[in-house]
Write a protein that binds this ligand. Structure first.
Ligand code: NAD
Length: 469
């Protein structure tokens, strides 16, 4: 519409923010019709440019499996938009709240209001999903939106900037550039809400910058998500589910299983089944189009560093090829690697892996498994496999994580009616569906006094009016 498409330097950033900010204070809240129209424009932005997004994301990765882009980004977002458009009328309607007896016949209402201007900082791993999904909630709640995509997704970022500019006015939604310094300047803007998705390390920096403005934040961070295979689990069923969740997007998924805890005597048979499932799904040919590349050389080197460190300290690696093999490394395809015998001293058990490496560790019993998890940062996701309901409930009760899927991985993310978010070091706040709408709204409690309320009876002089029973 009327947006500049050139680089987005610090001046443009400030001008854009202040224009949105002023409009958000001067104008009446967006009507239902306008919100639905914005959602419809978001939908057509996705459908009109589906192939272009797929190609841009793939070129940023080196290679991104097209089906993964379709499932985890485009279709997932179209589902979110449909769900939101269906329910937004109800979500934005003032909600009735019970009134305690002594305030009768006054009434309570909770009135959802747009906050104003929402900032969104996104990572590169699902660049479309993690810029647009928060925008759906923010626009549905009647806000104006500024998006700062990742510098590791340049082709995607340019395309998002172009397509958003084509569908939205500059005071509705804009996408910034990714030049040096933009990220820091963006986090310093006094947004009405700032949504950050990325690493725990940068999350701390962003929270600090936002704190100076008292800007509320939603932090969607990372961490090490454990996967527990209980003794009651059927390993043949478990193995392909873990293998798929680990290798989707080559493990560059915030809620990917980071490591597996299994009964000590089942580690080897489980590892063999996961290895076989990985080979069945993705083969051992690095040219396989279903297998996504690692996004950048430095991340390939980081993953190789984790594997080398583990091997140097005595871990056993199961992999179809070495990460040095040119057929793999030239495509930045990292050979899927299972790591047996990993210990807490190894980097692979200290850092979020964020790649196709899977340590499988043995424990003696459920108590040790729970202690292991609780001795570390609160994870973003936790997975539990088995049929023993008492064992399952014990883990659910004794561990705290952002979300859980039982007998599968990743699937809790796709639930429209459940909040998505972390806890502790894996994040704060949540979004998706109505949870996102609420996150980006001021849910304003309003009490309507009735002419028949007798509060005046209690005004001073108190005398003996107020007696404690
Ligand atoms: P990152 O933290 O390096 O970068 C995320 C974003 O922050 C990028 O847009 C980057 O430009 C920006 N940024 C960097 N420094 C900044 C600063 N000083 N001020 C403001 N912004 C700054 O993360 P990444 O490598 O892009 O993504 C991977 C991480 O994201 C992993 O830890 C992963 O677990 C996490 N993640 C979490 C979720 C979730 O939903 N919880 C989803 C996807 C990824």
């Amino acid at each position: 519409m009327d947006q500049p498409l050139t680089g987005f330097g610090a001046n443009a950033l400030h001008d854009s923010f202040h224009r949105m900010f002023d409009r958000s204070r001067d104008e009446a809240p967006a009507t239902l019709e306008l919100r639905l129209d914005r959602l419809a424009r978001l939908r057509s932005l996705l459908t009109d440019n589906e192939k272009r997004f797929e190609q841009a994301i793939s070129s940023d990765f080196g290679h991104r499996c097209a089906v993964e882009t379709l499932i985890a980004e485009t279709l997932s977002l179209l589902g979110d938009i449909k769900h939101t458009a269906k329910h937004v009328k109800r979500w934005m309607t003032p909600r009735k709240v019970k009134t305690e007896l002594q305030f009768w016949p006054g009434q309570n209402r909770l009135i959802p209001q747009p906050l104003g201007v929402v900032g969104i900082i996104a990572p590169w791993n699902y660049p479309l999903q993690l810029t647009i999904a928060p925008a759906i909630g923010a626009l549905a709640a009647g806000n104006r939106v500024m998006i700062k995509p990742s510098e590791l997704s340049p082709a995607f970022s340019a395309l998002l900037q172009e397509t958003v500019a084509a569908k939205f006015d500059a005071d509705e939604m804009v996408v910034t550039g990714i030049e040096d310094g933009i990220a820091e300047a963006f986090a310093r803007l006094p947004f009405d809400h700032l949504m950050f998705t990325g690493s725990t390390r940068v999350g701390r920096i962003v929270a600090e910058a936002a704190g100076r403005n008292l800007t509320p934040v939603t932090l969607e961070l990372g961490g090490k998500s454990p996967t527990i295979v209980d003794r009651s689990a059927d390993l043949d069923e478990v193995a392909p589910r873990i293998a798929y969740a680990k290798l989707m997007n080559a493990g560059q998924t915030c809620i990917a299983p980071d490591y597996v805890l299994a009964p000590r005597d089942q580690v080897e048979p489980l590892a063999e089944k996961i290895r076989a499932a990985m080979a069945r799904m993705f083969g051992s040919d690095p040219a396989n189009a279903d297998y996504t590349s690692i996004v950048a050389d430095r991340h390939y080197a980081r993953l190789k560093g984790l594997v080398d460190d583990a091997a140097a300290q005595g871990a056993t690696l199961l992999q179809p090829a070495s990460a040095d093999d040119a057929a793999w490394s030239s495509r930045r395809k990292f050979p899927p690697t299972l790591v047996l015998g990993a210990t807490s001293d190894m980097k692979i058990m200290q850092e979020e892996i964020f790649g196709p490496l899977l340590p499988i560790l043995g424990t003696d019993d459920a108590a040790e498994t729970i202690r292991f998890i609780n001795g570390r940062d609160r994870p973003l996701a936790l997975y539990w496999f088995g049929t023993d309901e008492a064992a399952r409930d014990e883990v659910l009760a004794r561990t705290v994580s952002g979300g859980v899927t039982i007998n599968d991985c990743l699937v809790h993310f796709a639930q429209q009616n459940q909040p998505m978010g972390g806890v502790g070091a894996s994040g704060t706040g949540a979004y998706h569906g109505e949870w996102g709408f609420n996150t980006f709204s001021q849910l304003k409690p309003v009490f309507y006094r009735s002419p028949y309320n007798r509060f005046a009876d209690l005004y001073p002089p108190y005398g003996g009016k107020i007696a404690r029973l």
